[in-house]
Ligand binder design. Structure first.
Ligand code: SF4
Length: 350
């Protein structure tokens, strides 16, 4: 198959479909409504990187209730934002979120161009294009994973990813309209998530079916993906130390994996190597089990050890945190899983 010439009617057909079928989302202005608040667009786009709409919705609601505008977020402490972000993963996004909020508050408002938006910490090409189009009505070529899939199929782009990205972007550029570029971007995202889905595209319900070069030719095989690399497996230990209804928590170093987050003490594992450090206390430790967790570039098998006893002190910086309020500590998912395992082991001993 070869790529077809784009039908100039493609944006018109897609926008007509979007006018009827747009998903209502908390950060979105529906067709015909005034442009949404750039703060809400930016916040949602940062949250949605690597995450699903369903996972983001409760976090978006909590953030906008607590910090209703960019000035409020700029005044928040790093610790509060990191704790509120806990569970959403990719914590460098939360660190950049606060930095970007302070940057925007200093500027007196969000930049309106892609170039200006790219200067914000944590905002790359895709996010800058999405905010410029959706919040400011600028013509911008917005290509996320959904759009990538739709375009690869529409034009039957057979080259495997990531090499195909250049051709996909050029094709997306050819069909992006000058007007309603934000609605067009959101329409493509909706089409990708509801109709042109990865495994079972519903071509019969697709407004672009007549223009699609892959229709009837196993569209689900596009875009062609490069074979997945096997992720390395790292091993580490996390330590659960309990005293009078509290557990010892530390704050991780500001840079590196889960930087700046509250956590259980561990043996210094990293993305590049297994942990080898000593436990924070000398004494008897009991194995509570192993937590397996997948990060972007590696998998960790974290062995959880419980201290047998109630120490008077623990060396190093940390804090005793009430176990019955552990869900307020903002532990990242890996350590929240480790804590559950340790608590289950403690309960078995009672
Ligand atoms: S016709 Fe099918 S494969 Fe083509 S864009 Fe529509 S849903 Fe995707």
């Amino acid at each position: 198959m070869t790529a077809t010439r784009p039908d100039p009617e493609i944006p018109a057909k897609l926008l007509a479909w979007y006018d009827k079928h747009a998903r209502a989302l908390p950060w979105r202005a529906m067709p015909g409504e005034p442009a949404p608040d750039p703060y809400r667009v930016w916040l949602s786009e940062i949250m949605l990187q690597q995450t699903t709409v369903a996972a983001v919705k409760p976090y978006f609601a909590a953030f906008t209730q607590r910090w209703p505008d960019v000035a409020a977020l700029a005044n928040a402490s790093d610790e509060d934002v990191m704790a509120a972000w806990a569970g959403l993963g990719y914590y460098s996004r939360a660190r950049n979120l606060v930095k970007a909020a302070r940057f925007v508050a200093e500027l007196g408002g969000f930049p309106e161009t892609e170039e200006g938006l790219r200067a914000l910490p944590g905002v790359g090409d895709y996010t800058a294009a999405a905010i410029a189009a959706i919040a400011f009505g600028r013509r911008a070529v917005v290509v996320d994973a959904n759009v990538e899939r739709v375009v690869a199929r529409l034009f039957a782009i057979e080259e495997p990813l990531p090499g195909a990205r250049k051709a996909i972007r050029a094709a997306a550029d050819r069909i992006t309209p000058d007007e309603r570029s934000g609605d067009f971007a959101q329409a493509m995202m909706d089409l990708g998530s509801r109709i042109c889905t990865p495994r079972a595209p519903r071509c019969d319900a697709c407004p672009l079916a007549a223009d699609c070069a892959a229709r009837g030719h196993d569209p689900q095989r596009l875009p062609v993906k490069a074979p997945k690399k096997v992720k390395p497996v790292r091993r580490g230990r996390a330590f659960w130390i309990e005293r009078e209804g509290c557990v010892w928590l530390v704050q991780r170093a500001p840079e590196g994996m889960l930087g700046g987050m509250r956590a259980l003490p561990d043996d210094g594992w990293s993305a590049a190597g297994d942990g080898s450090g000593e436990p924070p206390l000398v004494g008897a430790w009991q194995e509570a089990g192993v937590v397996r967790h997948t990060f972007t570039h590696f998998v960790i098998g974290l062995s959880v050890r419980r201290y047998d006893g109630a120490p008077a002190t623990v060396s190093g910086k940390g804090e005793w945190w009430p176990i019955d309020r552990l869900d307020e500590a903002g532990l990242p998912t890996l350590f929240a899983k480790a804590a559950r395992l340790a608590r289950a082991a403690s309960e078995r001993l009672l």
